[in-house]
Write a protein that binds this ligand. Structure first.
Ligand code: AP5
Length: 219
């Protein structure tokens, strides 16, 4: 299956992307994670992306699209994927649709995670992210077993630079202005389901799986 997750920063897309990819045995493509890995490795792509990410702005479409299209041709992606954080603009959505049509591998589902902005701000204030595998924790809702250490890979946990309250509020504005209108684009294509993203991680995963199976059955 080919599934897109979108929603505001802090909605739990990354958390659910890992859970769904594990449960459904799908490749995971997370554009924010790919950019952060490039920033950490000080690549040309990382230096370009950092200029935008550090201000809470979107990286230009041509840069993101090129990066995602290259990833779509890697072998592990052929049998299906979860896309976390892409597309975020209309040109990105159109580029994805065209690329998948050329490859005869159309999208099966687009899940929009919905939470109030104030919940997002609270979640991101407490988020800690693994430098190595990018899994996320939360000092309040999901602390790691050992403070500062990833349960899964043992990597160091840190607070993302763009998780200050001021930056989160700006990222929310960018989301509402540039990304949220995509829901109409996907709704018109019969691909969209909204997923209530408050509640426990397990509850959200079950809602997401139900939305995917409803779409697969044509409900
Ligand atoms: P990206 O990394 O994609 O960030 P984002 O979309 O802003 O989303 P977040 O990672 O902040 O939140 P999330 O929804 O994944 O939540 P999470 O699961 O971590 O993008 C970063 C930047 O990269 C962008 O600003 C942009 O500059 C650039 N970029 C990336 N893609 C781009 C694109 N396509 N085009 C242009 N630029 C692009 O959860 C958050 C917290 O909540 C965690 O602490 C978690 O433990 C906790 N939590 C999760 N679920 C629950 C729950 N059910 N209950 C309680 N707490 C929960």
């Amino acid at each position: 299956m080919r599934i897109v997750l979108f929603g505001p920063p802090g909605a739990g897309k990354g958390t659910q992307a890992h859970r769904l990819a594990d449960r459904m045995d799908l490749a995971l493509i997370a554009t924010g994670d790919i950019f952060r890995a490039n920033v950490a490795n000080d690549t040309d792509l990382g230096r370009e992306a950092k200029a935008y990410m550090s201000k809470g702005e979107l990286v230009p479409d041509d840069v993101v699209v090129r990066m995602v299209l290259e990833r779509l041709d890697e072998e592990d992606v052929h049998h299906g994927f979860i896309l976390d954080g892409f597309p975020r603009t209309l040109p990105q959505a159109q580029a994805l649709e065209n690329a998948l049509a050329e490859r005869n591998r159309p999208l099966d589902a687009v899940l929009k995670f919905v939470i109030p902005d104030e919940v997002a701000v609270k979640r991101l204030a407490g988020r800690r992210t693994c430098r190595r595998c990018q899994r996320t924790y939360n000092v309040e809702f999901k602390p790691p077993r050992v403070e500062g250490v990833c349960d899964v890979c043992g990597g160091e946990l840190h607070q993302r630079e763009d998780d200050s309250e001021e930056m989160v509020r700006h990222r929310l504005e960018v989301y509402h202005q540039d990304t949220e209108p995509l829901d109409f684009y996907f709704w018109e294509r019969g691909l969209l389901r909204q997923v209530e993203a408050e509640g426990t991680e397990d509850q959200v995963t079950e809602r997401a799986l139900k939305a995917i199976s409803d779409l697969a059955e044509g409900d």
